[in-house]
Every structure is written in structure tokens, then in C-alpha cells.
Design a protein. Sequence first.
Length: 133
Amino acid sequence: MKEIPRELDWVKARNACSLSVMFETLKKEVEEDINKSNELREGQMGKFTFHKKPNDFTVFWDAASSRELIVFYLKESTIEVESGDGKKILEVGITLNDAGECKFRVKDKDEELESWQFRKRVLEKFIFGPLSR
């Protein structure tokens, strides 16, 4: 566990740890993940595409045999991720933890996530399954 700082300008840190800032960072990182996945898949069937709007972004899987998607929504107090059929995959808020770090917090659970952990939970099966695409 990280050490708790003796002093922290928590007001400034919490202001920087806003849902909108975290959402914009997440949007960029997911786009990078998708681009990297496409680079690694070069020459294989199908491709991931990315479409962004101010309050949501979508990752599409396009192949001759299927089209799937995942949507990330910026809500009033959370970020919600849904599959193409509207099934909720994950919902997170944000928190400034006792170590002064801005983290995603899984809704209704006492669990903090780094950005890569959040992205992995949402995208791993989408990118690497079924049949490893």
C-alpha cells in the first residue's frame, strides 16, 4: 500500500481528479489501445474502429461475419460502459484516495482501478475473444 503523504493540497488534487478529465484521458487511452491492437493484427480479418463524441465514445469490431461494439458514456457522476445490446459491462466513478492518487472506483464496490485495469476489464474479451478474433 502506498504511503499517505504528510501534506497534500487535496483541493487542487481533487479538482484535477474530475470525472470529465478522467473521461477525456480514458478516451485517448482506449483509442491508443485500439490502434495498437489493429497494428498487431495487421493482415488478419476484421478491424477495430473508434468513434468519439463529447460525452461518449464507441469501439467497433467490423469483420465480414460480425459487427460488435462497446460504448463508454460520461454520465452525471459515473462512467458507464455498455455492450452493443445495451448490457452494462462496468460502471465507475472516480476518487482521490488517501495516497493522493486519482483512481477509478468501481460502483457499489470498495475497489479502486488504475486506468489500464479499467480498460483491460472492459476491452480484453472484446479484443481477444471469441476465438481470439
